[in-house]
Design a protein around this ligand. Structure first.
Ligand code: ADP
Length: 375
């Protein structure tokens, strides 16, 4: 056969067979159009009008159904946007597991029941048990919201799509709407799927700033339409929005994100776990329980990501000390380096400060009381 691209002998938009069944490559006409175009995918405008290159064709091939046809939802989308979604936004293997995430037991329990079970057993979770399709994770930056999104996809064996809403408004100016359609389109062909929208406030904000562009209003409308669409259907697609600024979400956004979970700063136990976990991975954990407790007391108010930075800085301590004593880096014997100590953490604490203020925490707690899901 002249075509073994994984979709039988069909290919999208291009007939690869001549009258006698011989292979006919797509021919670019002088005007830049393509010969042999069928109507199976609408001919994209502008740049996409060129013959598809191999990588784009491969992406499309992977999305076709058992009948070898491109699913209906994708037919009117530009191939290059589908390719971008497949290559840059889709993560086939989000390798985060629950056990990688410190603390947050309450959030893990809620998410398991609300999201993972329904994705694993759609037959049981229907009717009265049908789950909401929108979940909001809110709280200070660096507390594990993205990790939770990835873990959900991993635990539910779902395809994970990650997009930062601010990139839609900044990088994809004027094209955000089309990209959103492509995103939801590809996700529905990759079910079960989890779409994680970081900084969702920048997309669904209630601010009607004077300069609110027509294009960002359209983008928001398109996004809400797509959410409405899969909310009413039987698709196994879940949308997770994450934000550090929940107070900026408007009523329409809140209505669609039916479950809203507060992801707070790590508890003292969770901070101890992060320290131990990170240092143990490198075989550097030799702190006594007492010293660990002292560090936990000194790191009240640190986020998970602050803790990671702190551990990184502290673990440089033994190295810096050896170099100060005149040892050359090239002659340094790894085995002879001393372990990381409380003093290393105390110096690191001078360098790495908490990134969230008490004041900000108050805002999250108030919003949680007013709009958060308690279970
Ligand atoms: P967010 O999405 O809430 O801003 P992330 O999930 O991206 O934060 O976390 C950033 C990094 O901080 C993670 O890659 C991880 O190293 C660390 N981190 C944050 N929270 C936790 C946590 N609860 N457990 C373990 N590591 C964490």
């Amino acid at each position: 056969s002249g075509n073994n691209r994984g979709c039988g002998n069909r290919s999208f938009g291009y007939t690869r067979r001549g009258i006698r069944g011989s292979f006919v490559p797509p021919i670019r006409s002088k005007e830049g159009g393509v010969g042999n175009v069928t109507s199976r995918i609408a001919r994209p405008a502008g740049k996409g009008n060129d013959a598809l290159d191999d990588s784009t064709q491969r992406c499309l091939d992977m999305l076709c159904g058992p009948d070898g046809e491109l699913p209906e939802k994708l037919r009117n989308l530009e191939p290059r946007l589908i390719e971008h979604i497949s290559n840059e936004i889709m993560d086939q293997d989000p390798n985060v597991r629950w056990e990688d995430i410190a603390g947050l037991d309450h959030a893990k329990t809620c998410v398991t029941e609300m999201v993972i079970w329904p994705l694993l057993r759609p037959d049981i979770f229907k009717g009265c048990r049908s789950p909401g399709r929108g979940l909001l994770l809110f709280g200070p930056p660096g507390t594990g919201k993205t990790m939770i999104g990835k873990a959900i996809a991993g635990e539910a064996k779902a395809t994970f799509f990650y997009i930062s809403a601010s990139s839609l408004t900044s990088k994809w100016i004027g094209e955000g709407e089309k990209l959103v359609r492509a995103l939801f389109g590809v996700a529905s062909c990759r079910q079960p799927a989890v779409i994680f929208v970081d900084e969702i406030d920048s997309l669904l904000s209630q601010r009607k700033s004077e300069g609110e562009h027509e294009s960002s209003r359209r983008l928001k409308t398109q996004f809400l339409i797509e959410m409405e669409g899969f909310d009413s259907g039987s698709d196994q697609v879940l949308l997770i929005g994450a934000t550090n600024r929940p107070q900026e979400l408007d009523e329409a956004a809140r209505r669609r994100l039916t479950k809203r979970l507060y992801i707070p700063l790590p508890s003292s136990d969770a901070r101890a776990w992060i320290i131990r976990n990170l240092l143990q991975k490198d075989g550097l954990f030799k702190l006594s329980e007492e010293d660990t407790n002292t560090i936990c007391k000194l790191t009240e108010g640190y986020s998970g990501s602050d803790m990671k930075n702190l551990v990184k800085d502290a673990s440089m301590g033994p190295l810096r000390e050896a170099l100060r004593q005149g040892v050359e880096i090239t002659k340094l014997n790894k085995e002879e380096m001393r372990p990381v100590t409380l003093q290393d953490f105390e110096s690191a604490l001078q360098e790495v400060r908490p990134s969230v203020s008490l004041n900000e925490l108050g805002i999250y707690e108030d919003w949680n009381k007013q709009f958060g899901s308690l279970s």
